[in-house]
Design a protein around this ligand. Sequence first.
Ligand code: SAM
Length: 289
Amino acid sequence: MPRHSNISGTLYVVATPIGNLGDMSARARRVLAQVDLIAAEDTRHTRRLLTHFGIRAELWSYQDHNEAQMAERLLASLAQGREVALVSDAGTPLLSDPGFVLVRAARRRGFAVVPIPGANAAICALAASGLPCDRFLFLGFPPRTSAQRRAWLTGLRAEPGTLVFYESGNRAATSVADMSAVLGTERRAVLARELTKRFETFVEAPLGSLAERLHEEPEHRLGELVILVEGNRQTDGAAQEAEEARILTILSADLPLKQAAALTARITGGRKNRLYQLALRQQGKPDLK
Ligand code: SAM
């Protein structure tokens, strides 16, 4: 294993599959086979995965409840020059999984931290959802009670990026009903279920009807799921329009309106004709038909 530092060990943050074992990367297998020890969420689960790939390794349990104490032990191992890998039960560690305390402390103490990328349910769902991916917000699991959830969702109303949530099957129907109540029944949403597995399904519907389907059709609540909700496009559009108007006002103070509109279009990506009409209105002149 190449050492990333000659005075101490390296911490590898290793992604594992979220269902389909074919998604285990060759690099992840090589790293897991070569490190001195592996910190795992559920050691029995990880042992089965390693056995499948013919890997024998020393496994330490690293969970939310013993995170601080185990992080210290793992840091002591790194200080002795041992190579350590961190895995979770599925997907990428730290993403709604333990590992933050360890990674932050390892970085602060100057150890090399090397990501070994692979599956992640949120990114996997987003990439195939058909919802915009240019801007998104990963939110993990929503609060568990409806009252807390609604208050929390209220803070997300104006967010223009696609919202990505993890949710358990038994809370999915009430959670999506709350999203519909707070974010609006017409927002486009996608339910991505059992990703990379045999019964992988994507259901796309406005939030209101997705909530109804989840309530009435229990098969949509089975297995593991990711909920994606389109961002607030109105806010995005309004922000864009405000920016266009601001630039247009500045430029048309010193330039002929046509030139100001053309330049604003180049800066903002807006349409020249529409901006010219806007410039005319800003100057109190009638629109040209
Ligand atoms: N660290 C993991 C990752 O990188 O995706 C996520 C761990 S979190 C404890 C588990 C949640 O991720 C599940 O409740 C579900 O919301 C989502 N998830 C994990 N695997 C999934 C799959 N195969 N299909 C859909 N959602 C999945």
